[in-house]
Design a protein around this ligand. Structure first.
Ligand code: NAD
Ligand code: AHE
Ligand code: ZN
Length: 369
């Protein structure tokens, strides 16, 4: 079949809106009509050329929601008409990682996913007879896409696609980092670096668990009102702090954050986030994704004196199990997604969504087909 898609042809260039060829689902695969997709900073990261796994030409996008159109042989858990959210972290429930209960990093299809192909080693997308790569196993910047069955969460039919698509990455990552990864507890003090589409969901998660103090750090003063609405108690703009940021934050939190979160992808900020975690017990969670060749550093003494440095992918969530529950939370108004979706754009304006993010004018842009 043919499908409209935004193709990343070259690093650093705008997405090219094209009609491409899409082969139907093979065994164990599902054809999905994507109804809406968010634009996450990770899409921009890969488009920029900084992602060591970035491939071109490819179809980016990993924050979608849609409807099952067709299923391949031996697909048992999904049928035509089911509403689904694609999972860049699948859940096979059979691999060593899934069975360990210690990690959400299902390994069943990770190797081929990173190579831009389906588990059998081939791409379903092509253009002019040449393959076009998948991205993160999801490729939601295509109106129709093919995914393995284990990479789809079945969700309730009454959930609006243009809102719950955000659960496919940002919402789950932010809230999950607090609940699953940090396991933060009521009464804690926390510091969140970067108040964009992820950081604001970290703040939302911290409010849910009853954090006592939530400090938000961002260079963009325009983030303050939204962060306050979501539960931030103190705002810090690093460009307005006299002297070092770390001692300033340690003072503000009376000894350091019990939990700190880096939601930017800046290795210098990752170090600051670790070093303003509380001596003796502070946990610092890296969420931001840093470019090829970048490394983190700190004095080992920071760890010797009781700080823990950790990271999270997809907020530690097991997608097929947890995503439908988070959709329920949204439908029951236990979490706020609507206010974070600042822009809704037709597919033809997807590049405008990237520009809004680069200019710091959007929290989340959602593209509808
Ligand atoms: P975003 O662009 O919406 O937000 C980033 C925020 O950081 C912006 O508000 C910006 O003003 C702020 N910022 C930039 N530099 C700063 C600095 N030096 N100090 C303070 N604030 C600064 O991006 P997003 O969609 O929220 O994504 C954030 C990061 O999380 C990205 O690196 C993305 O790739 C990553 N991410 C990781 C996961 C995961 O599973 N680990 C999931 C989603 C996104
Ligand atoms: N491909 C990059 C790493 C990118 C990365 O860390 N991705 C996160 C999700 S970001 C979603 O917005 C992730 O899930 N990582 C775990 C995994 O297995 O990819 C690189 O550095 O090679
Ligand atoms: Zn993302």
């Amino acid at each position: 079949m043919k499908t409209r898609a935004a193709v990343a042809r070259k690093a650093g260039e705008k997405l090219s809106l094209e009609t491409v060829d899409l082969e139907g689902p093979h065994e164990g695969e599902v054809l999905v009509e994507i109804k809406a997709t968010g634009i996450c900073h990770t899409d921009e990261f890969t488009l920029s050329g900084a992602d060591p796994e970035g491939l071109f030409p490819s179809i980016l996008g990993h924050e979608g929601a849609g409807v099952v159109v067709d299923v391949g042989a031996n697909v048992t858990s999904l049928k035509k008409g089911d509403h689904v959210i694609p999972l860049y972290t699948p859940e096979c429930r059979q691999c060593e990682y899934c069975l360990s209960r210690k990690s959400n990093l299902c390994v069943a299809i990770r190797a081929t996913q990173g190579k831009g192909v389906m588990p059998d080693g081939s791409s379903r997308f092509s253009s002019g007879g040449q393959p076009v790569y998948h991205y993160m196993g999801t490729s939601t910047f295509s109106n129709f896409t093919v995914l393995p069955e284990i990479a789809l969460a079945k969700i309730r039919q009454d959930a609006p696609f243009d809102k719950v698509c955000y659960i496919g990455c940002g919402v789950t990552t932010g809230i999950g980092a607090v609940i699953n990864t940090a396991k933060a507890e009521a009464g804690c003090r926390a510091i969140v670096f970067g108040l964009g589409g992820i950081g604001l969901n970290v703040i939302q998660g911290l409010r849910m668990i009853g954090a006592e103090q939530i400090v938000g750090v961002d260079l963009n003063p325009g983030r303050k009102p939204m962060a306050e609405k979501f539960g931030m108690t103190h705002f810090v703009n690093p460009s307005e702090v006299q002297g070092d940021l770390v001692p300033y934050l340690v003072d503000l939190t009376r000894g350091g954050g019990d939990y700190t979160f880096e939601c930017i992808g800046n290795t210098k900020v990752m170090r600051q986030a670790l070093e303003c975690a509380h001596r003796g017990w502070g946990k610092s969670v890296i969420i931001g994704v840093a470019g090829a060749g970048q490394e983190i550093a700190t004095r080992p003494f920071q760890l010797v004196t009781g700080r823990t440095w950790m990271g999270t992918a997809f907020g530690g969530a097991r997608g097929r199990t947890d995503v439908p529950k988070i959709v329920d939370w949204y439908m029951e108004r236990r979490i706020n997604i609507d206010d974070l979706i600042t822009h809704v754009l037709p597919f033809e304006q997807i590049n405008e969504g990237f520009d809004l993010m680069r200019r710091g004018e959007s929290i989340r842009s959602v593209v509808v087909y």
